[in-house]
Design a protein around this ligand. Structure first.
Ligand code: MRU
Length: 316
């Protein structure tokens, strides 16, 4: 398993990121010497995943402070780098009062600790022999260490509860086929990558027991934005009477946003889908709370009605 500082770290003169665009084929680091370079790395997905981009932004602001840069300008450029994951704004809000490297490192360490707590709570929901389906990458790469949905799978495997993981390849950028599969292989967890469109038929065949995903932003009513395709999985899971568990830290909760309709959804370059024809590339979708069996944060397992159960769970 990757150590947190192998994924994202602050050195004296740079934020250093493992280049997730090249994994698993090449293990290469990118050095960002300015906050603008950190913002570019977030936008171009050198680093990606909701908590990980929050951590990278926190380090970016700390780098600005060390360099004596204009902190307002650094905050603005980092904040604008990607719109959907609320962890980015959360981390920058946290850093506003104390933009020191120590504070950014403490934010990073706290995210990893939240992952371990969420993982334990989620594993409590699973029975021996579980065959889980996951989408995108909600692993250590996405959180800065250990992972949310994949962290839950790691803990479930350690407890002897997990038999197999189905990994949605996650078109168009293949976070599942490249990153989640790599993390599961490293942990020696039995897994198989499937085309995104294969999930329904595997559910119908009785080969999936539950769906476990992360989230990028969860509204006050429990509606959850996550990687495009999560909503389709949620509809399929409901049709086949399978639970969908959303595993996300309290830093992903946005209780100021009443429902999913107000969550900004990133539209990325259509060329990521196809460069040959006209294309549309929404990067996230919103799963209505009614399709979510439980939201698991570091505080525990939250059930509907989420307006009540999430209200006490915001990040300290
Ligand atoms: O576009 P990405 O790769 O940043 O999207 C990431 C996801 O959708 C993850 O599922 C989400 O951030 C949760 S990560 C713990």
């Amino acid at each position: 398993m990757l150590e947190p500082e192998q994924i994202v770290r602050l050195e004296q003169d740079a934020v250093v990121l493992l280049d997730q665009r090249l994994l698993p084929g090449e293990v290469v680091e990118v050095r960002c010497g300015t906050p603008v370079e950190v913002a570019t790395a977030i936008r171009t997905m050198v680093v990606r995943g909701a908590p990980a981009i929050g951590v990278a932004a926190a380090y970016g602001l700390a780098l600005a402070a060390v360099r004596g840069d204009d902190l307002g300008a650094a905050d603005a450029v980092l904040r604008a780098s990607r719109p959907t994951a609320v962890n980015l704004a959360w981390a920058l809000d946290e850093m506003a009062s104390d933009p020191s490297p120590e504070h950014a490192r403490a934010i990073h360490a706290a995210e990893v600790e939240r992952c371990r707590q969420m993982a334990a709570h989620t594993a409590d929901l699973l029975s021996p022999g579980t065959r889980a389906l996951t989408h995108c990458n909600a692993g250590g790469l996405a959180t800065g260490g250990y992972g949310s949905a994949v962290g839950a799978l790691l803990t479930a495997f350690e407890r002897g509860l997990l038999a197999h993981v189905w990994v949605d390849e996650t078109r168009p950028l293949l976070q599942g086929a490249r990153l989640t599969a790599w993390e599961l292989e490293t942990a020696a967890i039995p897994h198989a990558v499937i085309a995104d469109a294969a999930a329904g038929s595997l559910m119908a065949a009785g080969e999936i027991d539950c769906v476990i995903t992360g989230a990028d932003r969860i509204a006050a009513n429990g509606d959850a934005a996550n990687k495009i395709g999560t909503y389709s999985l949620a509809v399929l899971a409901r049709h086949h009477d399978l639970p969908l568990y959303v595993v996300a830290p309290s830093t992903t909760l946005d209780l100021g946003t009443p429902s999913g309709g107000s969550i900004p959804i990133e539209d990325r370059d259509p060329a990521e889908v196809t460069a040959r024809f006209a294309a549309r590339n929404p990067a996230f979708d919103v799963t209505p709370a009614a399709l979510i069996s439980a939201i698991v944060t570091e505080r525990g397992v939250h059930r509907a009605p989420y307006a009540e159960s999430l209200s006490g769970a915001v990040a300290a």
